[in-house]
Design a protein around this ligand. Structure first.
Ligand code: CMP
Length: 139
């Protein structure tokens, strides 16, 4: 299976709950390599651009408010079959529907405040990593 890259965002709720370390350790234990990592408070325009595909959705305003309310940690990850494996480890978007032991089940509160973001395809993984990191910053 191919080596892939995917973007993890530990969202403001995950940082507020001080779960950055636990989430990163879990990802390392799952065999992901950290290519680059940064803590930042995502700006409004930056969040709107990142989630542009959801612009017409009813929850868009709420999503932008949430994502910009405090620091997030963005992490570029690499692993064999990274996109699918990461999605398995984080669980369903709604923590209530996520499998036991997944990151969203453990640390998410609801469908909006769900602790982490995950890329939904290899192509989007590459696009999303490039949204936050320059090529020379990746290990
Ligand atoms: P994420 O993986 O970051 O991708 C898009 C995000 O939109 C998703 O996680 C959720 O946090 C958020 N989202 C999806 N559906 C809803 C909803 N019904 N209400 C609020 N936020 C949502």
């Amino acid at each position: 299976m191919a080596i892939q890259r995917t973007l993890c965002i530990i969202k403001p709720d995950g940082v507020e709950k001080r779960k950055q370390g636990a989430i990163l350790q879990r990802l390392l234990d799952e065999g992901f390599r950290v290519l680059a990592m940064r803590q930042l408070t995502i700006g409004r325009k930056q969040a709107e651009g990142f989630y542009a595909v959801h612009r017409e959705r009813g929850f868009f305003g709420e999503l932008i408010e949430f994502m910009t309310r405090g620091p997030s940690v963005v992490v570029a990850l690499e692993r064999e079959n990274a996109v699918a494996h990461y999605r398995e480890v984080i669980g369903a978007t709604d923590p209530a529907k996520a499998a036991e032991g997944t990151i969203r089940k453990l640390y998410g509160a609801n469908v909006g405040e769900n602790a982490v973001h995950g890329s939904d395809s290899e192509e989007n993984g590459r696009i999303e990593i490039a949204y936050f990191f320059a090529g020379h910053e990746l290990l």
